[in-house]
Design a protein around this ligand. Structure first.
Ligand SMILES: *Cc1c(COP(=O)(O)O)cnc(C)c1O
Ligand code: SF4
Length: 342
């Protein structure tokens, strides 16, 4: 595990941008789990795992807002965000096993809030009880699995007590960054609550190398309980902004029974500027990727619009327009086809 400059310098030689971060550190702490540390190739300054976890002075480029999604405005209790009518997100903790430099919740992650309190759990549960229009609850953060087993038990119990009918999404990067967390004791607990209502696993793998034997085995423990797995990646410069990398990632996910769900455009969060890929380039990657992978291996390229605008899907439009009573389409390889308009 790496949590300070000394430990980091024992692992690798810092580049100038990395060294400068320590003179003027951004608010997101340095923390790299043992598992992620293992994956970083120390001799490669452009290593895609290093880019995601080793801080860089360019995080201090201050030109964007810190909460571009206006999550604070949509907070209904301190920890519950109700932005979409039928689903809500609960910030269970601000802690993670490793802090991703691209984190879109930097205003919250790794700062002071800590794990959710009993009182906050009670408040969220009573809101859920009153708002029957919510069908799905995202348990997120931070990473929910940094909570102790006892704390998780209390959280699941309160939520299930309030609402038996909720679909619960377990959002975690821990299968990638700390697969050993998913020991028999924790899996017994998950099994117990999986009997009480549907659980879904939402992972975050951004690069094919993160899908190690250990992380695949951790996801496999959920699959063995009939908990399906979906992946949300973030499109990141120098990490996965090439069609070859995305193709390998998506195929490897599908092969391991993890459905690629979203490929997120990086949010306009302060500190992530140097990792952001332009939407134009993202659309080109999406178009090329769609030609190469199956429909099941294809994630939806999605942008969370600023000022709380919500998520919209980005894709190439294959409908060019109308000629008389015919619609004109482009095929993926650039030919034209016609189809009756009505
Ligand atoms: C993304 C998100 C959801 C879930 O959206 P889906 O499109 O259903 O995956 C729910 N709440 C918040 C606040 C979100 O950001
Ligand atoms: S695991 Fe999620 S919440 Fe934690 S630092 Fe990474 S992106 Fe942010």
């Amino acid at each position: 595990m790496i949590a300070d400059r000394c430990a980091l310098e024992r692992k690798l030689q810092l580049t100038e941008n990395e060294r400068k971060w320590f003179d003027d550190p951004s608010s997101l702490p340095l923390l790299i789990s043992a598992q992620m540390e293992k994956l970083i190739m120390p001799d490669d300054p452009d290593d895609p795992i290093r880019r995601q976890f080793v801080p860089d002075v360019r995080e201090n480029i201050r030109i964007r807002s810190v909460d571009p999604l206006a999550e604070e405005e949509h907070s209904v209790t301190g920890r519950l965000i109700h932005r979409y009518e039928h689903r809500a997100a609960l910030l269970t903790t601000d802690r993670c096993f490793s802090y991703c430099r691209h984190c879109f919740r930097r205003r919250f992650t790794g700062l002071e809030s800590g794990p959710i309190s009993t009182k906050e759990i009670r408040k969220a549960a009573s809101y859920l009880k009153e708002h029957r229009e919510i069908h799905e609850l995202l348990l997120t953060g931070g990473d929910m699995f940094t909570l102790s087993d006892e704390h998780l038990d209390q959280l699941f119990d309160a939520i299930r007590d309030a609402r038996e009918d909720l679909v619960l999404r377990l959002c975690t990067r821990a299968v990638a960054s700390c697969p050993s967390r998913f020991d028999d004791k924790l899996m017994k607990l998950i099994e117990k609550y999986n009997h009480k209502g549907p659980l879904l696993l939402l992972t975050q793998f951004n690069h094919p190398r993160e899908l190690t034997e250990e992380s695949i085995a951790a996801v496999g423990k959920f699959l063995a309980l009939s908990i399906p797995a979906f992946n949300q990646s973030v499109l990141l410069k120098g990490v996965n902004d090439s069609v070859d990398t995305l193709e390998e990632l998506c195929n490897k996910l599908l092969y391991n029974r993890i459905k690629p769900y979203y490929l997120f455009q990086c949010d306009l969060v302060e500190g992530t500027e140097h990792l952001r890929v332009s939407v134009e380039k993202g659309l080109e990657l999406e178009k090329e990727l769609r030609k190469r992978v199956s429909g099941l291996a294809m994630p939806q390229y999605t942008i969370d619009l600023p000022e709380g605008g919500g998520k919209v899907i980005l894709t190439t439009d294959y409908l060019d327009g109308r000629e008389g009573d015919m619609l004109v389409f482009s095929t993926p390889d650039g030919q034209k086809r016609r189809y009756p308009a009505d």
